[in-house]
Design a protein around this ligand. Sequence first.
Ligand SMILES: Nc1ncnc2c1ncn2[C@@H]1O[C@H](COP(=O)(O)OP(=O)(O)OP(=O)(O)O)[C@@H](O)[C@H]1O
Ligand SMILES: [Mg+2]
Length: 248
Amino acid sequence: MPTGIEGLDEMISGGFPRGRVILVIGGPGCGKTILAAQFLYKGISEHNENAVFVSLDETRNNFYEEMLKFGWDFKKAEDEGKFVFVDATRLSRLAIIKEKMLKEETSSLRGKQLQVDKLVEELHAKMKQINAKRVALDTLAALFYRFMDPIERRTAGIDLIEALSDLGATTLVTTELSDLGLERKLSEEEFLVHGVIMMQTLYFGGTTTRSFQVEKMRGVSINSNLVPYSIDKSGIEIFPTMSVFREK
Ligand SMILES: Nc1ncnc2c1ncn2[C@@H]1O[C@H](COP(=O)(O)OP(=O)(O)OP(=O)(O)O)[C@@H](O)[C@H]1O
Ligand SMILES: [Mg+2]
């Protein structure tokens, strides 16, 4: 499936494997939301593939406004029946902070899992409604604040990824980088998904460089080098023939 991200298709033998879940890992401000939105919007506008965006971070108006800056009119796509925005910010970290401030009872594990199950149900219904081929969930990290216990957290993440795989669309799931730098432990989620993309800002020689890496994409041959990427008014562009490490 063509990704809609300039430079990415040639790194992964033409595009994302259809019907699979791809994890996009990145630190704050790396462009995870923009990448996810670009994948969906290009699908709608260039390939006639409808899309659903599940947002745990940003509200609808905020998202529409931000993305319009790139010329991506999601409101229009929604009006034309090509796009659905699922607002799941009630499950986000901000929601949980508010709950705590109001001293509301934090929900039981069963309750929390039910909320995730309900989200998947809602997503499935919206996908069927518009026959969506592309889905993005932004971001898994926001959901994790609900599950304080590391084991609960892992189980919830794994369950959600499995549920998303069963829905049949090509799905990008964004999440945050737990450690900075090049070395880091692999998480269960990374083993579970079909593809893993890493976006990060590297610091060296007194400057910062945005660095993009395809860590894995099952079943396709990939360029797994660390390559630079940029964000500008037309979105994200990757430079697959360049290296982030400048030669001396
Ligand atoms: N028109 C633009 N030109 C250049 N850079 C831009 C432009 N618009 C946004 N950016 C950059 O995009 C980044 C934000 O992208 P995005 O919101 O997708 O990141 P994110 O990884 O989702 O962040 P967060 O962790 O806050 O959710 C900012 O760092 C900003 O510098
Ligand atoms: Mg974001």
